[in-house]
Structures are given as C-alpha cells and as structure tokens.
Design a protein around this ligand. Structure first.
Ligand code: 7PJ
Length: 284
C-alpha cells in the first residue's frame, strides 16, 4: 500500500486517514460584482476547514448533478483558478482540483494544484497527456454513464468486479500514457450511476478495492444515498453522512471527502481511539 503519497513539497500520510474538505463554490459566486467578497468568504471557509482538521481542500467548478448545466472551459477556469491561487497564497494545505477538463487540469497544475480529482478518471481528451507532464497524484473515480443520465438505469452484471475491471483499464491507460501507478488514488464513485442498493453494497465492500494497493477515496457526504434512505433533504444529511464516513474508514478508506469537517473528525477520533485502545486487550 502506498502509505505516503508525494505531492511536490508535501507528503500526505495515508497510513492514517485524511479528511478532504469540500469547498463550495456556487455558479454565480464569481460574477464580477461579488468577486472579492466571494473569494474572502471561500478563504474563511478554507481556514475553518483546516482548523477543523482537513488536510486536503477540494475545489471544483463543475457541478455533476444530473440537472446541472454544462460549464464552459472559460467559466470553469474563471471559477477555479483565482480561488486556487488565493488558497495557495494564504495556506499551506494540500489543494485538490475537481475537474474533468484537460485545460483546467493544466492551468491548475501550473498554479500549484497538489492533486487532480477527476470524476471521469482522465477519459476526456488530452487529460492523460496533461497529467503525464506532471508528477502530482490523481484520483480516478468510477462513474457509469454521464451525469445527465447516469441515474436513469444503472446496470451491472457484477457490481464489484465491473468496477474493478474499470480500475484495471484506467490504471493501464495511465501507465501507458506515462503516469506512474504510484500516483493514483481510486474512488468507487458513490452516486455516480448507482442505485441506492448498489451504493450501500459498495460501501459494505470497499475493502475489496484494497487489492489494487492504492489509496482509496470515499465521497458520500450529503449524497442521495443518504437522503433517499432517510427521506431528508440536503441540510439534514450530516448524521447519515458521518455514519457512512465511519463505515468507509473501517473498510480501509484513506481519504474522506466531506462537507462537515469538524463533525466527521470527531467521529473519526472516536473510531481511532477505539481501535487504539482495543490493543490493550489480549486475545484469548
Ligand atoms: C465526488 C467527487 C466523489 C470524488 C463529487 C457531490 C458531487 N470526487 N466530486 N468522489 N463527488 N473523487 O459532492 O455530491 O464522490 S461532486
């Protein structure tokens, strides 16, 4: 297992769990009028997430909700790059950029991004080539279909093995393009072309993906797999999200991508204390 992943000057120690805090940027956040105020608000959110225990900040400028409009390259660059620059100037934190566009990846790498997080696993044009030019880690996420239609009829003949096959193919494509396997992080992609049952089947079986000997990222925070189970809207999903985070951690997840950093960290500390103090008991 790659316990330590090297991202330029920073070492992310993945033998313990890392919390990746999600930085919300709303589509109209960066309309000219509000630009500086919005960046200030985002920086305040980043600072709070760092204080609360996040070691990675995930910045994304494209919504992958089924009803979301496509975002142009120009708009995505305008949303992400100034914020990335501002965060890198102000904080010494690992910054991940959630994008599927090669142009955004390239610009982000130039501006000091530490991780590229791609829900399309570098399948879009030129993404492999852009990443091959750098040496930063990349998260490859599994998605069946595309955001607009992915939830219509998710279909697998063998959920776990189909996703394993996808990872095998993407790892191979990366290696062929010149991206070392040791740079890769895997993510089963909760909510991306999966039914409620399939999402929970994946959560229960996350350990199986440890067979790749790569770090695993888990992103369940506030998703429909919680809302549809608990029949609650997005503001009421924190407790359910934390429950999934704990299960993912027990299943061997190395990075938890979450909105509620402080609350998730509290729950993780309880889990870690339990694991640590369980060693005081000798097995009979
Ligand atoms: C994920 C993501 C995820 C990774 C989003 C949302 C949708 N990146 N970006 N994994 N989800 N790696 O947060 O609800 O699950 S956007």
């Amino acid at each position: 297992m790659a316990a330590v992943i090297n991202s330029k000057d920073k070492l992310l120690n993945l033998s313990t769990l890392s919390i990746m805090g999600i930085l919300n940027i709303t589509p109209d956040s960066f309309s000219d009028g509000g630009k500086f105020a919005q960046i200030d608000a985002a920086l305040a959110q980043v600072e709070q997430m760092i204080v609360d225990g996040a070691s990675i900040i995930d910045i994304g400028g494209e919504s992958t909700r089924p009803d979301a409009k496509e975002v142009s390259i120009e708009d995505e660059l305008a949303r992400v790059i100034p914020l990335l620059k501002a965060v890198k100037e102000r904080f010494n934190v690992v910054v991940s950029i959630d994008t599927s566009k090669a142009e955004v990846m390239g610009a982000a790498i130039e501006q000091g991004a530490d991780i590229i997080n791609d829900v399309r696993a570098l399948q879009n044009n030129n993404c492999l080539a852009v990443l091959a030019q750098s040496d930063i880690p990349v998260c490859l996420m599994h998605m069946q279909g595309l955001p607009r239609t992915m939830q219509q009829q998710p279909c697998y003949n063998d959920l776990i093995n189909n996703i394993k096959q996808f990872f095998e193919q993407r790892i191979q494509a990366c290696e062929q393009a010149g991206i070392n396997k040791q740079r890769l992080i895997l993510d089963v992609g909760f909510g991306f072309g999966k039914t409620l049952a399939q999402n929970y089947q994946l959560l229960a079986n996350m350990k199986q993906f440890k067979s790749f000997n790569l770090p695993l990222l888990s992103g369940t925070s506030r998703k429909s797999m919680i809302g549809n189970l608990l029949h609650c809207d997005v503001q009421q999903r924190m407790v359910g999200s934390i429950a999934t985070a704990i299960i993912a951690a027990q299943q061997g997840a190395n990075i938890l991508r979450v909105h509620d950093v402080k609350e998730t960290m509290d729950a993780i500390k309880v889990l870690q204390a339990t694991v640590q103090y369980s060693l005081l008991t000798e097995e009979k």
